[in-house]
Ligand binder design. Structure first.
Ligand code: NDP
Length: 245
């Protein structure tokens, strides 16, 4: 069994926790000793099974439905953090959306949807979480290896994820004095429940130094490190977790 980064009693909000990397984050952070407030958007069997898994894990964990692009939902989500936990020690901005559209056909509505979910929601959540933070807090923004590389058909997505790096750098400087650290974890290609054609798996595996796609818990361990006091002198950083792609 892999050793876990100790998060003893830290109160952490994770967005987009229903599936994919967010689910791995919620489960790994809970297993690491954090109390997890897991935000999900759409319900279903996967949420029921997440609730069961979290219930089996020691700690005070809660599942809250909220759309991070909806200002009222975000307010309610953070109110839940206040009433259930009395504050927050960590915030993981993971919820994200992507689409693959040639730039010359990209409708402004889609540009806005992708920017608002991947970047606007981070603004909203982080700003409103500030009053809940104690003397020390850590914000982890889930970015993307693609942000500083660029990929055709993902101009809107990479713009949002690159914006996250600038926001992270500025907030690290602005909030460091009050004990808030802000960092990015930038995944490469991570295998999730989402089916990928074998040709795509082979292609991206072959581009990495380690010859395979990443696992959700490998993103979660990096986030756990940045949430933990072991990383107390790290802020404004982008940690690429990409198998050396
Ligand atoms: P998935 O599409 O599997 O999951 C995204 C999650 O975000 C879902 O739980 C989804 O909820 C949630 N979400 C989307 N929009 C909203 C919203 N408006 N309000 C609340 N929740 C929302 O993505 P991944 O797990 O693959 O990606 C997670 C993060 O990692 C994203 O930020 C992504 O950009 C980043 N990333 C992923 C990589 C990968 O290879 N997987 C590579 C690089 C970066 P619902 O289930 O309701 O749709």
């Amino acid at each position: 069994m892999t050793d876990l980064i100790p998060l003893g009693g830290k109160r952490v909000l994770v967005t987009g926790a229903g599936r994919g990397i967010g689910r791995g984050l919620a489960l790994t952070l809970a297993a690491s000793g954090a109390h997890v407030l897991a935000c999900y958007r759409g319900g279903g069997e996967h949420i029921d099974s997440l609730a069961v898994r979290l219930k089996e894990t020691p700690g005070d964990h809660h599942l809250i439905q909220a759309d991070v692009t909806d200002a009222e939902d975000v307010q309610r989500l953070l109110e839940e953090a206040r009433t259930r936990f009395g504050g927050l020690d960590g915030l993981v901005n993971n919820a994200g959306v992507i689409s693959h559209i040639p730039f010359e056909e990209l409708p402004y509505e889609e540009w806005s949807r992708v920017l608002d979910t991947n970047l606007g929601a981070v603004f909203r959540l982080t700003q409103q979480a500030l009053p809940l933070f104690g003397e020390r807090a850590s914000v982890v923004n889930i970015g993307s290896r693609a942000a500083t590389v660029g990929i055709p058909l993902r101009g809107h997505y990479t713009a949002a994820k690159a914006g996250l790096i600038g926001l992270t750098r500025s907030l690290a400087k602005e909030l460091g004095g009050r004990g808030v650290r802000v960092n990015v974890v930038a995944p490469g290609v991570i295998a999730t429940e989402a089916e990928l054609p074998q040709a795509v798996v082979d292609k991206y595996s072959g581009l990495t130094a380690v010859g395979r796609l990443g696992r959700t818990e490998e993103i979660a361990h990096a986030a756990a490190f940045l949430l933990s006091d072991l990383s107390s002198y790290i802020t404004g950083e982008t940690l690429h977790v990409d198998g050396g792609i």
